[in-house]
Ligand binder design. Structure first.
Ligand code: FAD
Length: 456
């Protein structure tokens, strides 16, 4: 085995160590950027030929052609995703995110309700618009308001929220069926990628507490204006040459000696550093580092299906909409209403279906919300099923998620699956990367703060 020509890193006292980061998803990129900015020399190893992991885009045409790039799936963020926004600022792409103040809810038949902040201060900023939503009955609205008051009282205080499901909590709060199916479920299934009877109540309450009951802009929805992979194209710029990104570089083994990582192997080359950050998926890390004795048996995957449809004419002029009472849950208008992207979270019912069947279902349902789609000619369609899109944030999981400090003394853990307090999201991934970077700096005797404080 060849030895790396890169000098072995070590750290003494307040020296910032050389760091190897494995995994170029958002967690690994966030850790790498933060550590490079803090003065570390960082080598980021990514198995694939591009950065971004589960939040990335790919060319639609054959490799090597100048084809249109599409996201594996529409990724959205909310104003309360303070660490993700910090990361976008750090890599100079914050102006590539467009924030929307209005949410559209559509019923089959096309009736539209708009949810937007009014003139009142938070937490009453959404109250006027909520009171006018036509798709909810008066009884449902009163029940929801009572439950939202309970969210404010209980989030962060009640001890059993990680032991019960969100559906248990909604039953306890006597939520009528239409409040559950038309309000709580549409918001939460896309935020946590799990059904209400699967997700822990803490994550359901968290979404409402931070996004909708938090500061004035925390509920606004951010949508990238460019394909996801473009957001990472400046990652190594402006970091004084301290960040070396190596694509097509899968870590094949993690060598452990004396309770610490001594090297990682990539394509026959042994790379060494003072500290190592794993930003690998949980299953991959458990297989590569058996010495960690990671028990990942409690993690289950949850699927998301994205359906891209290109029509011969515009089928909508709305930028996006939540679609009620059907299989498809969200519509994003990608190009003048001719190209729409539909998203189904927790898409278990679609996993076994073929592409043609999914496209036909999506077209049928789309025409119920947007009648022009019924008459339009479908030019092209692409279905992207991500069966391992996220982990399911089930009750009891939070306490089993490991923190950034691992059992090996110079190894630190990141990844959306580590203990961030967040479900599997871009914000959770960036938080984990920043937390790992903080732990590295602390181990080096020069603690830096990278995590941003919540707005609420
Ligand atoms: C379809 C879909 C839709 C989603 N929608 C949203 C959304 O709207 N909003 C939101 O906030 N979140 C969303 N998410 C979740 C979000 O994408 C993830 O939580 C986040 O991207 C995870 O980042 P990560 O860095 O923790 O993991 P990953 O992105 O999985 O990164 C791990 C990286 O490690 C690399 N790797 C694996 N093995 C090796 C190895 N041996 N050596 C080196 N590298 C290796 C992988 O290639 C990958 O790049 C969505 C996810 C999916 C799949």
């Amino acid at each position: 085995m060849k030895q790396s020509s890169r000098p072995a890193g070590n750290f003494r006292g307040a020296d910032m160590p050389d760091v190897i980061v494995a995994g170029g998803g958002l967690a690994g990129m966030a850790a790498s950027a933060a550590l490079a900015d803090a003065g570390c020399r960082v080598t980021l190893l990514e198995a694939r030929g591009y950065l971004g992991g589960r939040a990335s885009s790919f060319p639609l045409g054959p490799a090597g052609t100048a084809a249109e790039a599409i996201d594996n799936c529409q990724h959205i963020l909310l104003g309360c995703c303070v660490n993700l926004l910090d990361f976008y600022r750090r890599v100079g792409v914050e102006d590539r995110i467009r924030f929307y103040r209005e949410f559209n809810f559509l019923e089959p038949g096309g009736r539209r309700s708009t949810f937007a902040a009014g003139a009142l201060p938070a937490p009453l900023h959404l109250a006027g618009s909520f009171a006018r939503l036509p798709f909810l009955t008066g009884r449902a609205k009163l029940a929801i308001l009572r439950a939202l008051a309970a969210v404010r009282r209980e989030y962060g205080r009640r001890q059993d929220l990680d032991r019960i499901t969100m559906l248990d909590w909604l039953k306890e709060k006597a939520q009528p069926p239409d409040a559950v199916s038309r309000f709580w479920r549409p918001v939460l299934i896309s935020a946590a990628n799990a059904e209400l009877d699967v997700m822990a109540a803490r994550h359901g309450l968290q979404v409402f507490r931070l996004a909708f009951l938090g500061g004035g802009s925390s509920h606004e929805m951010g949508v990238p204006l460019v394909p996801l992979s473009e957001l990472y194209s400046r990652l190594d710029q402006g970091r004084g040459g301290r960040l070396d990104i190596r694509l097509h570089s899968p870590v094949e083994s993690i060598r452990v000696e004396g309770g610490a990582v001594s090297a990682v192997s990539v394509a026959g080359e042994r790379l060494r550093a003072g500290c190592y950050v794993s930003a690998l998926p949980f299953g991959r890390l458990a297989a590569l580092a058996p010495d960690l004795q990671l028990d990942v048996s409690a993690f289950r995957h949850s699927p998301i299906t994205g359906i891209h449809l290109w029509f011969d004419r515009p089928v909508t002029d709305l930028p996006h909409a939540a679609l009620l009472d059907r299989t498809i849950q969200w519509m994003f208008n990608k190009a003048g209403g001719r190209y729409v992207h539909l998203v189904v979270s927790a898409s278990h019912s679609l996993v076994a279906m073929g592409q043609a069947e999914i496209v036909s279902l999506a077209r049928r349902e789309l025409a119920e919300f947007f009648p022009p789609a019924g008459a339009a000619l479908l030019l092209k369609a692409r279905v992207v099923k991500e069966v391992r899109a996220t982990f399911a944030p089930v009750p009891g999981l939070e306490s089993l998620r490991p923190g950034p400090v691992a059992a090996l003394k110079n190894l630190f853990l990141a990844g959306d699956w580590t203990r961030t307090g967040w479900p599997s999201t871009m914000e959770g991934a960036v938080r984990s990367g920043y937390a790992a970077a903080e732990a590295v700096s602390e181990a080096a005797g020069s603690r830096r703060a990278f995590l941003a404080a919540d707005l609420a």
